[in-house]
Ligand binder design. Structure first.
Ligand SMILES: O=C(O)C(=O)C[C@H](O)[C@H](O)COP(=O)(O)O
Length: 210
């Protein structure tokens, strides 16, 4: 099944952003997140294990909708597709990524942090964006301001989002979900503290808006 950006961003109000060093650990984490109630995850391509982790989860645990993050160029995009990613998140937006997304079937969710970048996304029919790095570029206030000129644009704020501020973002009409590493920190994954991760997931889902 091919999802569009809107359906990806509506799977869960919280999209865990995961940096992994080991594909098997990533598979274990996918199961823990899923059992805790989150069935979407973004695995960043910042580490060598990222693509292998995506492939493993896509093949061995397809209930988890897994996508790639830190997709910065066309090669990353193609590698993500070939590994079985169901979506692509980028910290930014470039013409070459936009062009590539037109040749690919999985949705591209670009990162934006300014009005001009949103306008570039809009010109190319991209109505779903990551706001990155959300807390540094203006957080809730900038999203409220973007709501005026860009009522049709939906955001996934990421970068500096955590349990304490996620609902400030999720309360906004133009926010469908938030992304963040707080639910699955690489430290906890590396130490295999999966019970602790389950606890954080459950605590977060218990209070989350949306
Ligand atoms: O690599 C990407 O594609 C990114 O967009 C960056 C990550 O989403 C943020 O680094 C997560 O931010 P924290 O939750 O503050 O750790």
């Amino acid at each position: 099944m091919i999802l569009n950006a809107n359906s990806v961003m509506k799977i869960s109000p919280i999209v865990p952003v995961v940096v992994v060093d080991n594909a098997n650990e990533a598979l274990d984490l996918a199961k823990v997140l899923y059992e805790g109630g989150i069935s979407v995850m973004e695995i960043t391509l910042r580490t060598k294990a990222g693509l292998e982790a995506i492939e493993k989860i896509a093949n061995e645990f397809p209930s988890m909708i897994v996508g790639a993050g830190t997709v910065c160029d066309i090669q990353d995009y193609r590698n993500a597709v070939n590994s079985g990613s169901k979506f692509v998140f980028s910290p930014g937006i470039t013409m070459s990524l936009i062009q590539e997304s037109k040749n690919q079937t999985i949705p591209f969710i670009p990162g934006v942090s300014s009005a001009s970048e949103i306008m570039l996304a809009k010109e190319n029919d991209l109505t779903h964006c990551k706001l990155f790095p959300a807390s540094l570029v203006g957080g809730v206030d900038i999203l409220k301001a973007f709501g005026g000129p860009f009522p049709g644009i939906n955001f996934c704020p990421t970068g500096g989002v955590n349990l304490n501020n996620m609902n400030d973002f999720l309360a906004l009409d133009n926010v469908l979900c938030v992304g963040g590493s707080w639910v699955s920190s690489s430290k906890l994954v590396k130490e295999k503290k999966f019970k602790e991760i389950t606890k954080i997931v459950q605590e977060s889902l218990a209070v989350v808006l949306k």
